[in-house]
Every structure is written in structure tokens, then in C-alpha cells.
Design a protein around this ligand. Structure first.
Ligand code: C2E
Ligand code: MG
Ligand code: MG
Length: 731
């Protein structure tokens, strides 16, 4: 650079530099001003300290040339003023003062340099230049430092605000940095972790992670990015698991600035080196909390294979397990059983108490069922009140039977719902592998068919599938469609079975019993179609038809001078549970002008099991109207005596199965005896059903049984025949 150019540049710098010259001698002031102006500086002057302070307060200066000894308001006072007001101007003391203490004091108070009067212009300008140069260096450094500080704050902000844990491991696998998420997610503050080996955070040894570290937890894999899903321990050891998606990037020593922060020990970095030649320095890692995602994944997986209400396996999981069990059974030539379970009367619980209570019942049923199972059995819910049970490795039918019996027994116990004891039964169908179903579909289908049979046989029981049932099923499908037609085509008939008063030996009543005059099959007894009619709800229509028909017919006999006799009509539980039961009965009796006191409603015990209160109120209304109520088939149902005294009942009909046991005159038939004693205790009338022999008649008569019904007296007869029968007996 030539001297001329340098001079021009210096002048430019000088003209941009504002200088304040302070002295208490006018001569000194003007000579300095002239000198500086000659060098192109822009100059202000202040005569004495006070004037200097005023100018400093008003203007911005780059340089202050300050005399020290200025009477009352000296250079120190100016510097004190500047310190007080925070005015930062590079200050060069220009003074005749030579005492070392004075100079030191000036420098301590902020002066940058010192020029002694008298001075040569060269000396002055050399000092000014070097001071200004130093200042520009210092400014530069300050600017740089503040930039670094800002940048560091920005990066720390970014790292700490990251939703993920961000950390660094040194090449010994120890934490050398972690962001604040480490504390919020895992409870470690960053200080605690420094120097701890990463593997200590693993919930349990994790193969993929351990492959990255050697036996002393030192990282050995210097290549590639590693993505691993794993569980990390919370510092508190609270036990709640947190899942993370971990990403580890190997760090090489050439990464600017990172190396020194990682504090790598030279010995360790000697041990591990990356393929490229750069020393492997450890890992930079991020860990993303994926606990929620894992939870929802688990839930979705669970939902796909389970029933959410009972948490039992659903149909697809059951099918998987059954397939495996079949394969296993085939290989080891073993038996297995599939049980189809269906609750009896669940629908009426649901209708009476609502779905929430129904759901609770299902859960309680499942609890009870599970207590009957062996380890390895699979109970699943197929929907509604249908459950399917897989019993692998069964050694013979007896095992299956005993489990079925256990299940029936436990479900038979009352359930407490809304403060009431509710009884539900369960019907079970069983299909055994390999005999009655060689594959999944056949086994489930056959178990279902067997369950259907169990229902037909009166519910609350079990049935083992056999081939005859398949044809039975197709038979009942046909029957169902025919039964619909039976009503339309007027194929139903009412038969009447006379009832005898034991004391007077006269006929006091008849029971109406339905028959089906089938166009091809002839007269079909109710046992063959009532269950199906109940299942398809056709029983409601059939029952109403029987009621009307019987009232009409029996009333016409009475009008012809027979009797009067009592008419008993059977009501299915579906009919009784209908809200319009009372109206239906009363309307019909009124329509045919049938005297209510000669009408008897026959219901079975099971009707009473749900909604006892509702039933009491309905029956009471009917009883108030004058109608009698009889409990049919007494002793075969739940035989809970507790409800009997609460109901407006007049008659108990002893089931024929008990009567059948009376075979010789001298037997002690304890159940019949007990029923009679109890009924009399409750002041109820007793009718014995199925009386076929004189022995039975006499035995029952001795027990005080008021009325008898059975083949001994008469079979059920069509209307015209029973009318003849009645006339004959009256004659
Ligand atoms: P139930 O009400 O207990 O009727 C008595 C059953 O016993 C009748 O069978 C009758 O024929 C039979 N029986 C009478 N005396 C004797 C006897 O001495 N020995 C034997 N072994 N059996 C005798 P049925 O007519 O086949 O009816 C069967 C069941 O069908 C009835 O049992 C009743 O529960 C039901 N049922 C019949 N008609 C109707 C109806 O109109 N509505 C409803 N809901 N159910 C009906
Ligand atoms: Mg009956
Ligand atoms: Mg009966």
C-alpha cells in the first residue's frame, strides 16, 4: 500500500471520529483543537470539567482527550461522571501530572492511555491511533462474543424445546449431554446422567442396543444410523413403562466443536475408530416418546382380537386357537371339545333392566364361567349372550360332561341385579373332535346345533352332538315355516283334559291343550312345536288364539247347561311378560262373557324369575278381577319357595314326573309329600298332573291333594268329545 493511499484512509477514519478535548487552559485547548483538525478529526472543546460533562451528556463521542488537573472539577470527576451515567467513550489522559499514583488512578477509572504534557504531535497521534485500534479490536471481540452467546442460546432453546430427548454419548457409552426432556420424560436432570452408561437406562437387556456396545458397554458400532424401539427406565423406578423410538448417529471426531465438549479420553478413542479413518467419538442420539402410540397400537390389536365388554377373545382369535388345537389334537391323536353356550332368558333381563344391567350380568357370568375352566381352555364371546368354549386335550366325554354340569350349576345360582335375585340358566351344546366334526367350521356348527337341542329339551342343560341332530335342525327349519302357515290356515286345535275333584269325584275343570292338525303329519303334540314357537315368538299369537278359542267353546258348553266348569289355559312366559297381558285376558273374558272365577291362568315358575315386582302387580290385577292363577309343573323349575307367598296364586300343579314315582301304595314319595305339605301350609289348592293309576290317585288323595288330572280320568280330548264326556259324567 503506498503512503498516499494510507494517508487518505487515515484521514477518512479521522473524519469519522468525533473527539472531545477537555482542558482548563484556553491555549492548550485551542492548540490541541488545531492539531486535531489539521488531521481531519471532527473536534469539540470543553473548557473545564463541568462543560465537558454537559457535552458528554448531549453528544456521542468516540474519543475523549482529558486533562486531569482542572481545579474544582478535575479529570477524575469527569471520569466518575461518565461511569455514573454509563457513558462509554475511549479516554486518553493528556496531563502534566506525572505522579505514578495519579496515572494509575486515571487508568483504574477507565482511561485507556496517558500522554504527558508537553507532548510532541507524533507522540500524541501515535497514542490516539493505538488506543483507537485497541478499541476497534475490543468492539470486534464484544460483537463476536455476543453473537456466540445469542447463537448458543438459540441452539440451546431449540435443543431444549425439542419434544424428543436429545443426548450425546461419548465413546465409552457414557452420557456427556442431555437436554431438558430427559428430566421431564425420564426424571433425570442432565447433571445426574453425566458419566452414567447409557445401557443402565434400558428396561431390560435389549438385543439390538447391546449389539452396539461391547461387554463393558463401550460402543462398538461406528457406522450407520440405528433406529430402535425400546423401553427406558424412569429414574423414579415408578414402574410405569415408557416406550421410545431411539435413533443413534455415530459421531466422528471431525465434527466441529463437538469433540471437546464430549471430553473424549484419548485412550478410548484409540480403541474405536470408524472405517473412514476419523476417530469414532460416540453417539448423538434422539429418543422420541412413543408410549401413547404404543398404547393405542396395543388397544387396536386388542380390539381386533377381543370382545371389549368382557375382554374375552372374539371369534377370530377363537378360530385361530381352535385351528391350532385341532392341528395339535390330530398330531397327538387326542380329543378336544367345542362347547356352544347360550344364556337362557338373557333377553328378558335386558328388556326388563336395560342394557347396562344386561352388560353387568354378562360380565358376572363370564367371571363365574372362568372359575369352571382349566388352564389352557379358551372361552370366547361370539356376541350377545353366546359364548364358545374350547377344551383342548380332553380325555373322554366324562370330562366334558363334568365341566358342562359345573357351568350349569354355577350359572343357575341367582344373580343380584338392582337389588333383586335374578335367575338365568345356560344351555350348552358340545361337539367332540374328531368324532363329530373334523374341522373348525363343522365343530362350531355342530356345537351350535347341540346347543339348540339343549334349549329345546327345556333349557338349562347340555347336549352332546350326534348325527341325528343335523337332520333334526333341517326339520325344525321346515317346521318353522309351516308353523307360520298353520295359524293362517287354521290348522291349530284345542283339546281339553278334564280335571277331577278327588272328594266328590266330579269333573270340576278342563285344561286347554293345543294341538296342530298337520296336513301331512297328522296330529302334532305341543311338545314338538311349542319350544320353536317360543323361540320365534309365534307363541304369542298361538297363545292368544288358544285363549279365545277355549273361552268361546267352554262358554258355549256352559250356555248349553254343562257345568259350570273351570277352564285352565297355559300361558308362555313370553305372553306373561308382555305389558298388555292383563288387558288381553280381561278383554277376551268380556268378549265371550266368560265368568272370571271359572278361568285359571297356568304359568310356570320360570316366569317369576325376572321382574318379580312387575309380575306380582299384573297377577294381582287379574286376581282382583276374579281370575285364578296356577303354577304349572311345580317342582321342576327353580322351586324357590320364597316368591310363592308374595304372589296371588291359588293353585299348585304337581308335575307328572313326581306323580310317576308313585308306583306302589306303600312308597314314601318324599317330594310329593313335601310339595303337598308346603302348598297346604300356604293355603294353596293342589292339582296332581299325570295321574295314570288308581294307586297314584289313592296315594295323592290320602295326602289331601284336591284335584287330579291324567289318563286315569281322561286323555285330552277334542271339544265335541269332551262335551260328551262331561254330559256323561254329569248324568
Ligand atoms: P302341561 O301344561 O303340563 O300339560 C300337561 C301335559 O301332560 C299335556 O301334554 C298332557 O297331554 C299330558 N298329560 C296329561 N295327563 C297325562 C298322563 O296321565 N300321563 C302322561 N304321560 N301325560 C299326561 P301336552 O298336551 O302334550 O302338552 C305339553 C305341554 O305343552 C303342556 O304341559 C304345556 O306346557 C304346553 N302347552 C300345551 N298347550 C299349550 C298352550 O296352548 N300354550 C302354551 N303356552 N303351552 C301349551
Ligand atoms: Mg298346563
Ligand atoms: Mg304341567
Amino acid at each position: 500500500m503506498n503512503a498516499e493511499l494510507a494517508e487518505v484512509q487515515t484521514q477518512q477514519v479521522a473524519s469519522a471520529t468525533r473527539v472531545l478535548v477537555v482542558d482548563d487552559e484556553v491555549r492548550m485547548l485551542s492548540s490541541l483543537e488545531a492539531l486535531l483538525k489539521f488531521k481531519n478529526y471532527s473536534v469539540d472543546t470543553a473548557l473545564g470539567g463541568q462543560a465537558a460533562c454537559q457535552l458528554l451528556a448531549q453528544n456521542q463521542y468516540d474519543l475523549l482527550l482529558l486533562d486531569l488537573n482542572m481545579g474544582d472539577f478535575d479529570g477524575y470527576a469527569v471520569m466518575a461522571f461518565m461511569a455514573d451515567k454509563g457513558i462509554d467513550v475511549v479516554t486518553v489522559v493528556v496531563s502534566g501530572e506525572t505522579a505514578f499514583d495519579a496515572v494509575r488512578k486515571a487508568l483504574r477509572m477507565g482511561a485507556s492511555d496517558y500522554v504527558k504534557k508537553p507532548y510532541s504531535p507524533e507522540e500524541l497521534f501515535a497514542t490516539i491511533d493505538s488506543t483507537m485500534h485497541k478499541k476497534s479490536l475490543r468492539d470486534e471481540r464484544d460483537r463476536y462474543q455476543s453473537h456466540v452467546r445469542e447463537s448458543e442460546a438459540l441452539y440451546r432453546y431449540i435443543v431444549d424445546r425439542s419434544p424428543d430427548i436429545v443426548f450425546l454419548l461419548n465413546n465409552e457409552g457414557m452420557f456427556s449431554f442431555s437436554n431438558s426432556q430427559m428430566e421431564s420424560l425420564l426424571g433425570y436432570d442432565s447433571g445426574q446422567l453425566l458419566g452414567l452408561p447409557f445401557v443402565q437406562l434400558l428396561e431390560k437387556p435389549h438385543r439390538q442396543v447391546l449389539e452396539l456396545f461391547d461387554s463393558s458397554n463401550v460402543p462398538v458400532s461406528a457406522e450407520g444410523v440405528h433406529n430402535i424401539e425400546l423401553c427406558l427406565n424412569h429414574h423414579s423406578d415408578s414402574g410405569d413403562k415408557k416406550y421410545f423410538e431411539l435413533t443413534l448417529f455415530p459421531v466422528q471426531t471431525d465434527i466441529m466443536g463437538v469433540v471437546s465438549n464430549l471430553e473424549f479420553s484419548s485412550s478410548a478413542s484409540d480403541r474405536v475408530t470408524a472405517g473412514g479413518g476419523d476417530a469414532f467419538a460416540g453417539f448423538y442420539g434422539t429418543a422420541r416418546d412413543i408410549t401413547e402410540r404404543k398404547k393405542s397400537e396395543r388397544l387396536i390389536r386388542f380390539q381386533a382380537y377381543h370382545d371389549l365388554l368382557t375382554e374375552l377373545p372374539n371369534r377370530s382369535l377363537f378360530n385361530d386357537r381352535l385351528k391350532l388345537a385341532i392341528a395339535h389334537a390330530r398330531r397327538h391323536s387326542q380329543m378336544l371339545a367345542v362347547m356352544f353356550l347360550d344364556l337362557d332368558r338373557f333377553k328378558s333381563v335386558n328388556d326388563t333392566f336395560g342394557h347396562a344391567v344386561g352388560d353387568r350380568l354378562l360380565k358376572t357370568v363370564v367371571n363365574r364361567l372362568q372359575k369352571c375352566l382349566r388352564e389352557g381352555d379358551t372361552l370366547s364371546r361370539f356376541g350377545g349372550d353366546e359364548f364358545v368354549l374350547l377344551l383342548p386335550e380332553v380325555n373322554g366325554e366324562e370330562v366334558v360332561q363334568s365341566i358342562a354340569e359345573k357351568i350349569i350349576k354355577t350359572v343357575k345360582q341367582p344373580f343380584e341385579l338392582e337389588g333383586q335375585d335374578v335367575f338365568v340358566g345356560i344351555s350348552i351344546g358340545v361337539a367332540l373332535y374328531p368324532e363329530y366334526g373334523g374341522n373348525l367350521d363343522a365343530l362350531i356348527k355342530n356345537a351350535d346345533i347341540a346347543m339348540y337341542q339343549a334349549k329345546k329339551r327345556g333349557k338349562n342343560g347340555y347336549c352332546l352332538f350326534n348325527e341325528a341332530m343335523s337332520s333334526d335342525i333341517s326339520h325344525s327349519i321346515k317346521l318353522e315355516s309351516e308353523l307360520h302357515r298353520a295359524l293362517e290356515n287354521d290348522e291349530l286345535r284345542v283339546f281339553y283334559q278334564p280335571q277331577l275333584c278327588a272328594k266328590t269325584q266330579t269333573i270340576v275343570g278342563v285344561e286347554a291343550l293345543v294341538r296342530w292338525q298337520h296336513p301331512e303329519r297328522g296330529l302334532v303334540p305341543p311338545g314338538e312345536f311349542i319350544a320353536l314357537a317360543e323361540e320365534t315368538k309365534l307363541i304369542v299369537e298361538i297363545g292368544e288364539w288358544v285363549l279365545q278359542r277355549a273361552c268361546q267353546e267352554v262358554k258355549s258348553w256352559m250356555d248349553q247347561g254343562v257345568g259350570p266348569i273351570r277352564l285352565a289355559v297355559n300361558f308362555s312366559s313370553l305372553q306373561v311378560e308382555r305389558p298388555n297381558l292383563v288387558d288381553t285376558v280381561i278383554d277376551t273374558l268380556e268378549r265371550y262373557q266368560f265368568p272370571p272365577r271359572y278361568f285359571e291362568l297356568e304359568i310356570t315358575e320360570s316366569v317369576m324369575m325376572n321382574d318379580l315386582e312387575g309380575m306380582v302387580s299384573k297377577l294381582q290385577k287379574l286376581a282382583d278381577y276374579g281370575v285364578e292363577v296356577a303354577i304349572d309343573d311345580f317342582g321342576t323349575g327353580y322351586s324357590s319357595l320364597s316368591y310363592l307367598h308374595r304372589l296371588p296364586i291359588h293353585t299348585v300343579k304337581v308335575d307328572q314326573s313326581f306323580v310317576r314315582n308313585i308306583q306302589t301304595p306303600d312308597v314314601e314319595v318324599s317330594i310329593v309329600n313335601a310339595i303337598c305339605a308346603m302348598a297346604h301350609g300356604l293355603k294353596l289348592k293342589i292339582i296332581a298332573e299325570g295321574v295314570e293309576t288308581q294307586i297314584q290317585h289313592d296315594y295323592l288323595s290320602n295326602l289331601g291333594c284336591e284335584e287330579m288330572q291324567g289318563y286315569l280320568i281322561s286323555r285330552p280330548l277334542p271339544g265335541d268329545e269332551v262335551l260328551d264326556f262331561l254330559r256323561e259324567r254329569e248324568a
